[in-house]
Write a protein that binds this ligand. Structure first.
Ligand code: MG
Length: 384
């Protein structure tokens, strides 16, 4: 009998998707790659399909369907295309866990489908919680689905909270590397280009999240993600800059004690943790030598230099569709910055302006989120 857990990897060709496949192949007796989904990377998806032999692959962009299906013909792998195919495939009763590793807002609907189908979710797509955390939490209450965070900070919170009563938690302390511009003076930020921002000091990640890290929007997103995942007010989430990225986050308790989770800055660790729950997976991967890290430092973030930290707090206070609008504007601004169409400081301005102008919806439904996302993207485009 095959007792291996069947895993769907949405976004298998991205940084988290590729590392998830590393973990799946580290434990061939426990896991099986069952469904791989990519948006545009047809060649890599084909390569992965030949290597990991999933039951199905889906290329979301239908323009690449023919290429993928021809390359995989006769291999016994079902090839599908389009977003509707993704929506249907995540409901497959064979699937145990859905790893959501797609980029940005596009993760929302497939994650909701997986929740409705009662799947375990290894959540790497933080934007799902940023955009619609309240809706996701309402759906989770009606479903057997559970969410295990893949984000390293949230994996740390999860581990620090294990065995603790929620009433004893006084504060979450979210660590941030500070990104590539931590030591760049504010008046120099106007001149930085995408290539500078893409040089992250500690973490190798996709382009979008690397820019989010440079603006610290990523940390604002993670504050919102933590608020919804762990049911805490944003006022009880402190952000602290920790340039070494060894302490992945901390929890403070009512007695003044603080628990921290430490590890190397390697996304394989939180992925292995999320896939291993409720247990832990033993690994021969490189362990951290604590004596090599004599200097772990912590400092307050610079809210003047990184205004998107404040924008995220504003979105948390306003609630409703505010964070959805912020996220949409960020996606447009970051894409423009990556094309060298706008300067670095313009990213925050576009987001702030869009948040002022797009209509506020207090209790959004999924349709409202879809509409707010479209409206905010269209408005932000006019500012480029
Ligand atoms: Mg993170």
């Amino acid at each position: 009998m095959n007792l291996r857990r069947k895993i769907a990897v949405l976004g298998s060709t991205g940084s988290i998707g590729r590392q998830t496949l590393d973990i799946i192949s580290e434990y061939p007796e426990k896991f099986e790659a069952y469904l791989l989904v990519a948006h545009n990377s047809a060649d890599l998806l084909t390569e992965q399909a030949i290597k990991y032999r999933p039951k199905k692959v889906i290329i979301a962009n239908e323009a690449h369907y023919r290429k993928v299906s021809e390359a995989l013909s006769g291999k016994g792998i079902e090839v599908l295309a389009g977003d509707d195919a993704v929506a249907a495939a995540v409901r497959d009763p064979e699937i145990d866990t859905v790893v959501t590793a797609m980029v940005g807002y596009s993760g929302l609907v497939p994650t909701i489908n997986a929740i409705e189908a009662g799947k375990k979710i290894a959540l790497a797509n933080k934007e799902t919680m940023v955009v619609a955390g309240d809706l996701v939490n309402r759906l989770l209450k009606k479903s057997e689905s559970v969410i295990y965070p893949v984000d390293s900070e949230h994996g740390a919170f999860y581990q620090c909270l294990m065995g603790e009563e929620r009433k004893n938690v006084s504060k979450l302390i979210l660590t941030a590397s500070g990104g590539p511009f931590r030591q760049t003076p504010k008046d120099k930020l106007g001149q930085v280009r995408a290539a500078d921002a893409l040089r992250h000091p500690n973490w190798a990640m996709g382009a979008k999240i690397t820019i989010d890290s440079a603006t610290m929007m990523n940390k604002g997103f993670e504050m919102l993600e933590a608020k919804w995942l762990f049911d805490v007010s944003h006022e009880d989430i402190e952000i602290v800059v920790h340039p070494q990225s060894i302490v992945h986050s901390m929890v403070e308790f009512v007695d003044g004690s603080i628990k921290a989770q430490l590890g190397l800055p390697d996304m394989h660790l939180p992925i292995r943790f999320a896939l291993g729950l409720p247990g832990r997976l033993a690994s021969n991967s490189r362990k951290m030598t604590i004596a090599d890290y004599a200097n772990l430092t912590f400092e307050k973030p610079d809210y003047e230099k990184f205004p998107l930290l404040t924008a995220a707090r504003t979105a948390a206070e306003r609630g409703g569709n505010a964070a959805c609008v912020m996220n949409a504007a960020n996606e447009i601004a970051v894409a423009a910055f990556l094309r060298d169409k706008i300067g670095f400081l313009r990213i925050a301005e576009i987001i702030e302006e869009t948040m002022e102008k797009v209509a506020f919806v207090a209790n959004p439904t999924l349709d409202d989120y879809v509409a707010s996302n479209a409206e905010a993207r269209a408005f932000a485009e006019t500012l480029l």
